[in-house]
Ligand binder design. Sequence first.
Ligand SMILES: *[C@@H]1O[C@H](CO)[C@@H](O)[C@H](O)[C@H]1NC(C)=O
Ligand SMILES: *[C@@H]1O[C@H](CO)[C@@H](O)[C@H](O)[C@H]1NC(C)=O
Length: 580
Amino acid sequence: MHPRRVKLLAGVVFFVTVVCFLRSSSFSLLPSAKSRFPYTQEHCPAKPPQPSLVPPHREGFDWRTIETHYPVQSFAQLPKRTKNSLPRIQFAFEEEESPLYHELVRKRRQAAVRAAFVRCWTSYKHRAWMKDELQPISGGSKTTFGGWGATLVDSLDTLWIMDLKDEFEEAVSAVTQIDFTPEGEVNMFETTIRYLGGLLAAYDLTDCKDSRLLEKAMELGDMIYASFDTPNRMPITRWNSVMAAKGEKQSAAANGIIAEMASFQLEFTRLSQLTGDMRYYDAVVRVSNVLEEQQNRTKIPGLWPVGIDVQTPDLTQGNLFTLGGMSDSAYEYLGKTYQLLHGGGPTGQQYKKMYTAAMNAITTHLLFRPRTPNKADILMPNSIRVEGPLLLPDHTAQHLACFAGGMLTLGGRLFDNATHVLLGKQVTDACIWSYRHAPNGIMPEVFTMQACPSLAPCEYDHGRSCRWPGFEAVGDARYGLRPEAVESVFYIYRVTGDNGYQDLAWDMFQAIDSRSRTALANAAIGDVMKLGDQLELQDSMESFWLAETLKYFYLCFAEPDVLSLDKWVFNTEAHPLRLD
Ligand SMILES: *[C@@H]1O[C@H](CO)[C@@H](O)[C@H](O)[C@H]1NC(C)=O
Ligand SMILES: *[C@@H]1O[C@H](CO)[C@@H](O)[C@H](O)[C@H]1NC(C)=O
């Protein structure tokens, strides 16, 4: 060895020894960027930390210290995890070799989705940094969800997954500057799924190494937890945080919405798993107990209506049932929370029972077979209204309800029911059908279809003419950059391994991206049922475009072990939480 190298080597060895000594002793001579928070770890904890983690003292408003009006006497504890209790979800891709040509196509598509993301992200960074949303036409910004930087937090994990690590680092530094101060009335459902889900997923993706993210998640978790301080410990989902901060008493709404009451389970369960602080888990156990207790007492046993009284609580009076907006994630979270708990304990079994009862009612009441000119083998979710003894179905398709394809597919694997996997495929195919047969290749937000008398195939009624066969009446012709259809395509592809779905995803991506593109980013489309080269665009890009829609497109073209469904569970804003 060259003498100079030897010298250099000796120097390095000495330096490393000193560093190791300093690190292992209790000296804190080496300043670390993260030393403020003591919970830097090598990996995510296999079991909840004991004693539970406490966030360090910080400047600014502290939600942990506000007075509790209705204290909890004893906290539910997370069930012990049983090993390998979950069945395999994904198709065995590793046993197949894909031809070189497919690989090239896949990578080219993946790069195109990533480029679309980068374009939007760059515009957000330059024009709307730390604001909730970029306005993709005017280049302005909007405050829509508390003003804490919804797009910033919602995009963190997509940055990581797309391997934009410098951008991720820059975004995390910005996140540490967010102050969850009282803000007037806040939508706690959106705050939970977008912000808390976003922080937890980003933390999980760093394998729990970047404790700045956990610190922020705990800070926000404490704010959300304060909205459960009601006489019956049910959440206030449209919460006046300023009143709460002043110490005023509040109670849950008499006119509540089921999805808002019942979509905290994944985020709060994960927060308790990561911190050992059982307040969060306890809060959602109380909600789940109410769901279970009243599930068979509603006007359609097995389902919960959209409108509920959270104050009493009474979930049995409402007469409108749907898989679409305002209900969706209440059903979605049943199977997924079971998965996050690895099916463990009485709570795991409770979610399984609720899932099974709900899916049985859904397959009986909330799906219909649309009449289409090509007699397509598809099933669409519908809504149903109960009037006295009558059940009045409304065959209105909603883009929002397209998530149900993924829910049934995942649930079918989790609970070993092949019928659910098939139903999930038929629902997903109905959404794909709507994309393919709409004039611009994009499904509108809301439209009615002709329904067959049963779930069996039937003839299309050619006597009833409408301009676009299959689309009877279009109630809302917008496309708001929504993810639900590609979300379900992603699940079907990962579960069945059928790469025909990659081609369908690519068609959807091209239609959406080419029609919604602005000079800066992508914008909501005013009317997708219009023909023409230039569709009217709206100056809006919701944070879910970067958090969900582009992430699911990207994952359709990623290697199947990127965010494998056997290792991660996605919240309703596409934020992946770690299962192992
Ligand atoms: C609701 O009904 C279903 C099927 O009828 C049953 O399996 C389930 O245990 C019931 N749930 C409750 C809470 O009684
Ligand atoms: C699968 O689900 C369907 C509909 O929900 C139900 O009727 C059937 O009994 C289930 N099959 C099994 C094997 O659990």
